[in-house]
Design a protein around this ligand. Structure first.
Ligand code: UDP
Length: 313
């Protein structure tokens, strides 16, 4: 049994990770300030003796009593509309928050895994993106607050590794989806499902030719679990290389929901929206013996069941 601190535990990924670590028999301390998280995602865990919840903003000094073996830093606004609304908090949680958690890991002798992102590649000039690529990021654009916070996060994490010998793991997460995503978080999948269910127009940004590669949450959690337990301290992409254009993706959701009054509509493309995104997962395959198992058809089916329950018509 290990004692595991998970920041952002009330969020989409943090809550799934909390479930997984509890299932593996560990003691989980969930931390969140509920800026974008929701206690509903973890309320099923509150009766358990092996789960504790701390309401705390990790940008401020973090204190956790007792031993800690693992720290997973997943606290951050993660949707473009969230970090446009909360640019300073986004910068702080990725920078000051990461610094605090690295300090905590050092004090406790814990291994730390930080949630980085495909956004470190920006609007990529190579395709697919492998971990050797340094990225094409606009530091002062609207997405810069997230991208640069995560790039700083990687830099300071590697510095703690090389200077303090801290055990670190860095996962670069590509677009992930599944139950517990916020209906109104502005990301493409919740937007399209709720619009299709309500019979509204699906808001495709730009001409819909930009691509993304969507990974089902259970696959991502498996990859993160394996990375944490591995001995590898450089960044590892975890994502599903099955790439699709946003308009094709809209059509798949229209076909699945089958609401005759829903259709695609086209709107302005947000500033600095990456044109292409697809993970090269060679490294994850080699080091973690990991690859995604859940097809988009199956993942979307499971996710549709969730959205049917939570979208208010
Ligand atoms: N997008 C869209 N309609 C929406 C929301 C997003 O067409 O209602 C597009 C967005 O412009 C981007 C892609 O879908 O090209 C994925 O956007 P998302 O916000 O989900 O995440 P990103 O991958 O850009 O971080």
């Amino acid at each position: 049994m290990k004692r595991v601190l998970i920041t952002g535990a009330a969020g989409f990924l943090g809550s799934h990770l909390s479930d997984r670590f509890l299932k593996e028999g560990h003691h989980v301390i969930g931390m969140d300030n509920l800026l974008t998280g929701n206690l509903k995602n973890i309320e099923h865990l509150f009766p358990r003796k092996d789960f504790e919840y701390y309401h705390h903003d990790v940008s401020k000094f973090v204190h956790v009593p007792g031993q800690l073996d693992y720290i997973l830093h997943f606290a951050s606004p993660a949707s473009p509309i969230d970090y446009l609304k909360m640019p300073i908090q986004t910068l702080k949680v990725g920078s000051l928050g990461t610094h605090n958690l690295l300090g905590l890991a050092k004090a406790k002798g814990a291994r730390i895994l930080i949630a980085s992102t495909s956004e470190v590649y920006g609007d990529p000039l190579i395709h697919p993106q492998n971990e050797e690529y340094w990225g094409n990021v606009n530091p002062i654009g609207p997405r810069g607050v997230y991208d640069e916070a995560k790039r700083f996060q990687e830099a300071i994490t590697m510095a703690y590794h090389t200077y303090h010998n801290l055990e670190v793991r860095i996962v670069r997460i590509f677009n992930t989806y599944g139950p517990r995503m916020r209906v109104n978080d502005g990301r493409v999948l919740p937007a399209f499902f709720s619009q299709a269910i309500k019979g509204e127009e699906l808001t495709v940004f730009g001409d819909g030719s930009q691509t993304r590669s969507f990974c089902y949450v259970d696959d991502l959690v498996e990859g993160i679990y394996r990375l944490l337990l591995s001995e590898y301290s450089l960044p590892v992409n975890i994502g599903n290389p099955d790439e699709i254009t946003i308009s094709e993706f809209g059509n798949e959701i229209l076909a699945m929901v089958g609401n005759p009054s829903a259709k695609l509509s086209f709107h302005d493309l947000p500033v600095d929206d990456p044109k292409k995104r697809k993970p090269d997962i060679t490294r994850a395959k080699e080091i973690l013996n990991w690859e995604p198992k859940i097809s988009r058809a199956e993942g979307l089916k499971r996710t549709y069941e969730y959205f049917k329950k939570v979208v208010k018509i």
